[in-house]
Ligand binder design. Structure first.
Ligand SMILES: *Cc1c(COP(=O)(O)O)cnc(C)c1O
Length: 375
């Protein structure tokens, strides 16, 4: 037994304070200042595309929906096994959401199962890379091309992870990352919009600044700034950008540690899979891991719920994950009734284990040992 509970997540913010102090000392904290520019430069270089920091991944998806001009009469195909933020932005614009199932082997969008859902009204295919593991992007890209559809990537989990050698977040016409405190790097709350087509940046900057051309004005490209388009308050404060930059400076160490912890869990729990007691993530060969989350699949919901409760008693905080969106109280009556069995199965059986930068080897060994005792 440990002296303290092992939390499921603990944000690593060691070097945030000096950066926050620096942002405050610059006496410009409302956003788009020194640290925002540093973050933009990092992501511009990483993705070789224009990017915009946002106050969350959720609003980055709202920006994507506006930029894509998705609205009433349009349909988008979305996995059911994802967070509500993948779906809400489209519904907020009056579009219709059509939920798709995940693969049997891994809780990512089943690209083979979506062609039959495409109608003349379909405008976009939306994918989410669960746990930072790539969806089948070649297949998805081919399907999108065949029907002239746009891909939007919810890459909230997927920083520094790849499909073959290409960064996740660079396939979609619009892609988004999250810097919520549960993600690999955090700004407290924050997100990123990645633009695949450089010409989208001028409109994106306007939406970002409440529909005004203020960003261009600050670059001395216009005499005054005016209301040009729809928009909202999507840009984060310099304080958030400063926190994010403190994490960017340590991103290699963070990714390395999280990936090591992921691999330790995998090798440590492999014998349980061999014994048929659990299923570990079955990674497609085109995907990489980035240590965003570690999950395993129990043989039933009952076993999963009992394991969470038993681990709790031993001071370990583990958690389940997404509830299928097509069965949610909000959407149930809007769904067309198709069963999405893999989404439901993963939802019932997945358990996620503590995984964060400062998790100690000793703690992880204790977690693995306790799982063996419980199962
Ligand atoms: C965390 C998360 C989001 C939302 O991120 P915020 O930055 O909190 O808005 C969206 N989609 C997925 C898949 C997520 O995991």
């Amino acid at each position: 037994m440990l002296a303290k509970t092992i939390p499921f997540n603990q944000p690593y913010l060691a070097n945030a304070l000096p950066h926050i102090a620096c942002a405050i000392n610059k006496k410009h904290v409302s956003g788009n200042g020194y640290f925002t520019k540093k973050c933009h430069a990092y992501f511009r270089n990483l993705y070789a595309r224009p990017t915009l920091l946002t106050t969350s991944c959720t609003v980055a998806l709202e920006m994507a929906t506006l930029l894509a001009e998705i609205g009433p009469g349009d349909e988008v195909i979305i996995p059911s096994f994802t967070f509500v933020s993948t779906a809400n932005p489209f519904l907020l614009r009056g579009a219709k959401v059509v939920f798709a199932d995940t693969m049997n082997e891994y809780p990512n969008l089943d690209v083979d199962a979506i062609e039959g859902l495409i109608t003349p009204r379909t405008k976009a295919l939306v994918c989410m890379h669960y746990g930072g593991v790539a969806c089948d992007m070649e297949k998805l890209t081919a399907l999108a091309a065949k029907y002239g559809l746009m891909i939007i990537e919810d890459a909230a989990h997927a920083i520094l992870s790849y499909y073959k050698n290409q960064h996740l977040g660079t396939f979609g016409r619009f892609s988004t990352l999250s810097f919520h405190e549960t993600k690999n790097i955090t700004s407290g709350k924050g997100g990123l919009l990645i633009l695949n087509q450089p010409e989208d940046i001028s409109r994106a900057e306007i939406l970002w600044e409440k529909g005004t051309n203020r960003t261009a004005f600050h670059r001395n490209e216009t005499q005054k700034y005016e209301w040009m388009d729809l928009g909202s308050s999507y840009l984060p404060s310099e304080i958030n950008a400063a926190v994010l930059y403190s994490q960017i400076e340590e991103i290699n160490a963070i990714q390395k540690r999280r990936t090591t912890l992921w691999q330790n869990y995998y090798s440590g729990l492999l014998a349980l899979e061999t014994q048929g007691k659990i299923r570990l993530a079955n990674l497609p060969d085109y995907a990489t891991i980035n240590g965003h989350l570690f999950f395993m699949e129990c043989d039933s919901q009952k076993t999963r719920d009992r394991l969470i409760a038993d681990l709790r008693k031993k001071g370990i905080h583990s958690v389940f994950h997404y509830l299928p969106l097509h069965e949610s109280p909000f959407f149930k009556c809007k769904h067309d009734g198709r069963p999405l069995n893999n989404s439901v199965r993963f939802s019932e059986r997945i358990i996620r284990l503590p995984l964060f930068y400062e998790l100690k080897n000793k703690e992880q060994e204790y977690i693995i040992e306790t799982i063996y005792n419980c199962l």
